[in-house]
Design a protein around this ligand. Structure first.
Ligand SMILES: Nc1nc2c(ncn2[C@@H]2O[C@H](COP(=O)(O)OP(=O)(O)OP(=O)(O)O)[C@@H](O)[C@H]2O)c(=O)[nH]1
Ligand SMILES: [Mg+2]
Length: 324
């Protein structure tokens, strides 16, 4: 059902603009959602029923692995198949950002005249409601605007990135030869979420070594869904291996389809997202009830041992329920 409750007339106009494929409408809607500007949640409520059709690919890997170059090549490939593409580049917090973002802009420049490709950079800092959630909401907007394919690029460094790529139906983890100790850090969080491994910069020495390492890891644990992530070697800067990669994406999509795993994956994803949304909403409500400085007052009381924190939290939680 469409939510039309308290929609401002200009929000309605914005939705039709965006649904008709208008890029400026799309950009404005994304900004509203990203900045939590007036009407942002109403906008999302109205757009949600239109979402759920896009294919979402998540690409993650260490800084400088060639993620943007790869995304760019994939965008070219899918454009040739007449698919409309949306790209969300989640900027790393680390100092690599400046150059990388500039690099992205230059490299993707030749797409700018093509309305079939829409690129959006997301700033990590000052993201209201959290980076993962905002990225998810922006994905919903792009999806509802009718983009066939959405690619999300993140630097694989932490939990945020894991949460972001979880949004994707297909997660591609990009590694490069000669990562040394980096492989260890990447292994920890990101390795388990790879549906496809890419060894980019395979023009460099050591691609086989990385491949062996991945295979060793794979032999240690079988995935619950029975899928063995393929390893694709690419040289993104030379557009090499792109056909193999898109083939691997398709194989995995077919696998999900054939084994009825698509819904499972989506439900699992929503379980995580709803938990986050619920936590945010309850916390916001608790802060509201406590009023300005309320939390500090309690903190002071607990610090001075005037109150025990366990009873305090139980009381606050009970109030949330009774006053709803
Ligand atoms: N030799 C070689 N260089 C590549 C390859 N792919 C990308 N590069 C280069 O690697 C550098 C980094 O590429 P990006 O695409 O910006 O990498 P990224 O992973 O998006 O980087 P961040 O977003 O900063 O984390 C650029 O100079 C690319 O031209 C490749 O396959 N082989
Ligand atoms: Mg990049």
């Amino acid at each position: 059902m469409l939510y039309t409750g308290s929609l401002q007339p200009d929000t309605q106009a914005l939705i039709s603009q965006l649904r008709s494929g208008d890029i400026r409408g799309l950009a404005r809607a994304i900004s509203i959602v990203e900045n939590h500007a007036t009407g942002w949640s109403e906008l999302l409520k109205s757009l949600f029923p239109h979402s759920g059709k896009a294919r979402v690919l998540g690409l993650t890997g260490p800084p400088g692995a060639g993620k943007s170059t790869l995304v760019d090549q994939l965008a070219r490939f899918y454009r040739k198949q007449n698919q409309s593409v949306g790209i969300i580049a989640v900027d790393p917090t680390s100092p690599y950002t400046g150059g990388a973002v500039l690099g992205d802009r230059i490299r993707m420049q030749d797409h700018f005249s093509d309305p079939g490709i829409y690129i959006r950079s997301m700033a990590t800092r000052g993201s209201l409601g959290g980076l993962a959630r905002t990225t998810a909401d922006v994905t919903t907007v792009l999806d509802a605007s009718g983009r066939d394919l959405i690619m999300i690029e993140t630097v694989g460094v932490g939990q945020d990135e894991v949460d972001i790529v979880r949004l994707a139906e297909v997660t591609i983890v990009i590694l490069v030869p000669g990562m040394g100790d980096d492989v260890q850090t990447i292994k920890a969080g990101i390795m388990e979420i790879a549906d496809i491994f890419v060894i980019n910069k395979s023009d460099r020495d050591g691609a086989e070594h990385v491949e062996r390492e991945i295979r060793t890891l794979q032999s240690l644990a079988m995935r619950e869904d029975g899928w063995t992530p393929p390893i694709v070697k690419t040289v993104a800067s030379e557009a090499m291996g792109i056909g193999e990669l898109t083939g691997a994406v398709e194989d995995y999509e077919k696998y999900l389809q054939k084994n009825d795993l698509k819904l499972n994956k989506s439900e699992e994803n929503w379980r995580a997202r709803l938990t986050g949304m619920l936590r945010d909403a309850l916390l916001e409500k608790a802060h509201h009830q406590m009023g300005d400085g309320g939390l500090m007052k309690y903190a002071a009381e607990v610090a001075q041992h005037q109150r025990d924190p366990y009873t305090l939290v139980e009381e606050i939680a009970a109030r949330l329920v009774s006053e709803s």
